[in-house]
Design a protein around this ligand. Structure first.
Ligand SMILES: Nc1ncnc2c1ncn2[C@@H]1O[C@H](COP(=O)(O)OP(=O)(O)O)[C@@H](O)[C@H]1O
Ligand SMILES: [Mg+2]
Length: 218
């Protein structure tokens, strides 16, 4: 199984602006791919198309053999919740929920809070957050908040992880921790990791680098 993009283009607005042009790309299961390129080159837009958060204007996207544009909204929602984890530059944790409750949010949607609690605590341990499960986001450092957000992305053991500049708001020590986690998840669990990054060094850790210039793969 794989994610397949066939002649994908994206135009938006009125008058129309072209953001992506004729993208053909296959990402096989278990790959670790990084997207690099200048700000404005279309990296985030491409990541959203790959991950079904956005719909192509031209061509089509297939995930595990299903055309994203053919899926019913409910099926798409279910598929995303079970199979995909998302990590962004800013963590979007819910301020009134504890670290543990934030991590369990995806499990709440499928009524699996109880079954998943052990794994959530396990992730907190692995990420150096032992004993901090009851803290609110504001009682954690930026690096710790991002690790909670990553644990939330991993709680359903997704097949795919999509990360848009996950280290963009972190210092170098915390950025390294985050990258190490992503590398480990890819190697140990075979999770497909697709990551947008500004950092050339981190991009090189991926087995495949995709360079975007003005909405095209070069
Ligand atoms: N919703 C939008 N409305 C208008 N322009 C947009 C929108 N989203 C993206 N763009 C434009 O599309 C281009 C690519 O954006 P983006 O994919 O965010 O690039 P990157 O992630 O590489 O910085 C940029 O020029 C950006 O300004
Ligand atoms: Mg971006």
């Amino acid at each position: 199984m794989a994610i397949n993009l066939v002649n994908v283009g994206k135009v938006i607005g009125n008058p129309q602006t072209r953001i992506l042009n004729n993208i053909n790309l296959t990402i096989a299961d278990g790959e670790f791919v990084s997207f690099v390129g200048r700000s404005g080159s279309g990296k985030s837009t491409l990541l959203y198309l790959l991950s079904s958060l956005d719909i192509a204007s031209e061509g089509f996207v297939e995930i595990d053999g299903m055309k994203v544009s053919d899926l019913k909204p409910d099926d798409l929602y279910q598929f995303r919740n079970l199979k995909m984890g998302f990590i962004f530059q800013f963590h979007y944790l819910l301020a009134e929920l504890t670290a543990l409750e934030n991590i369990l949010m995806p499990a709440r949607k499928t009524n699996q809070m109880k079954q998943k609690e052990g794994y959530a605590l396990d992730l907190l341990n692995q990420f150096g957050l032992k004993g901090k499960e009851k803290r609110l986001p504001r009682q954690l450092s930026g690096g710790e908040q991002q690790r909670v957000a990553i644990a939330r992305a991993l709680i359903m053991k997704p097949k795919y992880i999509f990360a848009d500049e996950p280290t963009g708001a972190l210092d170098s020590v915390n950025a390294k921790i985050v990258i190490d986690i992503m590398t480990r998840v890819n190697q140990e669990q075979g999770t497909t990791v697709i990551m947008v990054t500004h950092d050339a060094g981190f991009a090189q850790l991926a087995r495949k680098q995709i360079h975007l210039v003005d909405g095209k793969i070069v």
